[in-house]
Design a protein around this ligand. Structure first.
Ligand SMILES: NC(=O)C1=CN([C@@H]2O[C@H](COP(=O)(O)OP(=O)(O)OC[C@H]3O[C@@H](n4cnc5c(N)ncnc54)[C@H](OP(=O)(O)O)[C@@H]3O)[C@@H](O)[C@H]2O)C=CC1
Ligand SMILES: O=C(O)C1=N[C@H](C(=O)O)C[C@H](O)C1
Length: 232
């Protein structure tokens, strides 16, 4: 498979190594806006750039009929427009706030726990995410996905930064040193607390998941998530 890597920073470089180790050819390594020329007839694009440029980058790929795997977080207000473009161009698109297997299992675990607790109504929920000091968005895309999964299955109606209050599920966003990504969910009652925590030791799990998603999407049509790739 010919892969274009859009965004060649911390993630792009690991995606490059893993792509090659799995037998793919990396035909573009971009730190700038993609164009028809520099995309170099790629079969699929893997986009890990930054919140300001992700929309334009994905749009260009879709207009060139190149399937896109996007891991960039912090641009989701424009996701409906991208999904419309993907369908219009008959080109598949997959966004994942977190491509690691562990976090996708963690999503399912929290959705199920929230569902079980919704009948009991004794527990309040609080989210916490910790990331490195270079991160541009807060809360993390992963924390937003966890919150959305809990909201769908509980009394909560929306999420907000800071402490949980009434029907608003709170997310504490902490920036510390070079932390790759730690997410905790606290379910607290008057008498006890359940804490569920995922800790990424490094970025390899994110990068491997993105390459697996690219291998999976290349002959598909539609809008997908990691749930489709992993059959969850
Ligand atoms: N979904 C997931 O599993 C994960 C998602 N992420 C997300 O991925 C994104 C990237 O993370 P990370 O690699 O750590 O960030 P980095 O800042 O290390 O890398 C971003 C790269 O994008 C480049 N860039 C800047 N402008 C453009 C442009 N117009 N087009 C293409 N590339 C451009 C930067 O170049 P330059 O340095 O020259 O500015 C840099 O090489 C973030 O949004 C992060 O939150 C991160 C890890 C996992
Ligand atoms: O910026 C990062 O580094 C990460 N971003 C993603 C997010 O916002 O959830 C995924 C991972 O936690 C690392």
């Amino acid at each position: 498979m010919k892969i274009a890597i859009i965004g060649y920073g911390k993630m792009g470089k690991i995606i490059d190594e893993i792509s090659q180790s799995r037998g793919h050819e990396v035909v573009a390594r971009l730190k700038e806006t993609p164009t028809t020329e520099n995309l170099n007839n790629a079969d699929v694009a893997i986009e890990f750039s930054n919140p300001e440029v992700a929309f334009e980058n994905i749009k260009t790929c879709l207009e060139n009929k190149i399937p896109v795997i996007c891991g960039t977080t912090g641009w989701l207000d424009k996701k409906p427009e991208i999904e419309r473009l993907a369908l219009e161009n008959n080109t598949p698109f997959l966004y994942g706030s977190n491509f690691s297997l562990g976090v996708n299992l963690f999503f399912a675990l929290n959705e199920n726990l929230a569902k079980l607790m919704s009948n009991i109504n004794e527990y309040s929920v609080q989210l916490e995410e910790i990331h490195h000091i270079h991160k541009k968005d807060a809360p993390s895309g992963t924390a937003i996905s966890i919150a959305e999964g809990i909201i769908e299955n509980s009394k909560y109606e929306a999420w907000k930064l800071d402490e949980t209050r009434d029907k608003e599920l709170g997310i504490f966003a902490i920036r510390e040193d070079e932390v790759p990504g730690t997410h905790s969910v606290f379910y607290r009652s008057e008498v006890d607390e359940i804490e569920i925590k995922h800790t990424a030791f490094n970025r390899n799990g994110f990068a491997l998941g993105a390459v697996i998603a690219a291998e999976w999407i290349v002959d598909k049509k539609g809008i997908f998530s990691m749930k489709d790739v992993l059959g969850l």
